[in-house]
Design a protein around this ligand. Structure first.
Ligand SMILES: [Zn+2]
Length: 344
């Protein structure tokens, strides 16, 4: 059983598959779109399709496909941010890392047909790294394909973007995620729940299906999102400090928390707008309805916008503490029982 086997984004996948079968893949790609929708998985599939010797690649069962799937293939190079344990957790992809790439891509493929370089998250390349990459993109060796994976592709230099074929990935319908989970062995009831909670992100659903801790983390994040509205300012500033410390250790986890907060507050706005059927967190419908009743709609809408901005700012390396303090100042307060129905 071969093929690309990704959940959703069939238009992007079909475009890639036909570029491979017609023998005209681009030298460099940007896979753009939200987190956890399948960009990184598609990058591995493209690497497999370019190197698999089957009639209709990728077969996903040959030695080549298997080793690329496990990222253990000599001609597959993945460039990513390096984790740090203290100081600013964020370390950009450096010029030195790109110099390594430059040296490797000059060599002919060792065991496959194409060298594939995946840069993920590409927007984390420093300006210097992007300029170093640019030199290679201007005269790419014919046996090399670059794939820049990015949830924030507009942060890449225009000169880099213009050298790449852009492939857009989007959120995936819950029904498609549900079917994909069932195909992969998740039982129907769990698939139904996870596909709704995934909010369009099959990568999250696939991980949650095998990692119960992910669901527990989601529950914690939603509980925290809900409790914000009942906190006084001192507690909220305290929460900002904790989140900022966590951000220094694990920015991906904090981004995921903020994504869950967004989904919670978006559900409240939806409910306040009479679109309660469209909420993502169906298992929390009653809590959401109760909070929608108690919170001022204009303030909730403003807070939702603040959450979006904060995620952008944190990705752009604004000081986390300042960004999170500012966010906490905009938390909508619950109306007191019997108090007038407008917030000041
Ligand atoms: Zn194969």
């Amino acid at each position: 059983m071969g093929g690309w086997q990704l959940i959703g984004n069939s238009r992007a996948v079909n475009a890639l598959a036909s570029a491979v079968s017609s023998g005209s893949p681009a030298r460099s790609y940007i896979f753009a779109g939200p987190a956890r929708v399948g960009k990184a998985a598609a990058a591995l599939r493209l690497a497999q399709a370019l190197n698999c010797a089957a009639d209709d690649p990728p077969c996903l069962s040959c030695e080549t496909c298997r080793r690329i799937g496990e990222a253990k293939f000599a001609d597959l190079q993945t460039v990513t941010v390096e984790a740090t344990t203290d100081g600013p957790a964020h370390k950009a992809i450096s010029v030195e890392q790109m110099r390594d790439v430059e040296a490797t891509v000059a060599l002919a493929p060792y065991e496959g047909r194409k060298r594939v370089v995946i840069i993920d998250p590409a927007e984390e390349m420093s300006a210097g790294a992007q300029n170093a990459l640019l030199k290679t993109l201007e005269e790419p060796p014919p046996h090399v394909v670059f794939i820049l994976v990015s949830a924030d592709a507009d942060r890449l230099l225009e000169t880099v973007r213009s050298r790449c074929r852009r492939v857009e990935f989007g959120l995936v319908a819950a029904a498609e995620i549900e079917a994909g989970l069932i195909e992969r062995g998740t039982d129907a009831e769990q698939a139904s729940v996870l596909s709704r909670l995934a909010a369009g992100r099959p990568g999250w659903a696939l991980e949650a299906a095998v990692t119960p801790a992910l669901l527990a983390r989601r529950d914690d994040a939603l509980d925290a999102a809900r409790s914000l509205a009942g906190m006084d300012l001192a507690d909220r500033i305290d929460a900002a400090e904790k989140l900022s410390d966590a951000f220094k250790r694990d920015r991906v986890a904090v981004d995921e928390t903020l994504a869950q907060w967004l989904s919670w507050w978006r559900d409240i706005v939806l409910t306040q707008s009479g679109a309660g059927d469209a909420i993502a967190n169906l298992d929390r419908r009653e809590q959401i309805a109760a909070d929608a009743e108690r919170l001022d709609r204009a303030r909730v809408t403003a807070f939702l916008e603040a959450l979006r901005e904060t995620r952008q700012h944190l990705r752009a390396n604004v000081q986390s503490r300042i960004a999170l303090d500012a966010l906490m100042l905009r938390v909508p307060a619950k109306r007191q029982e019997g108090a007038p129905t407008t917030n000041t």
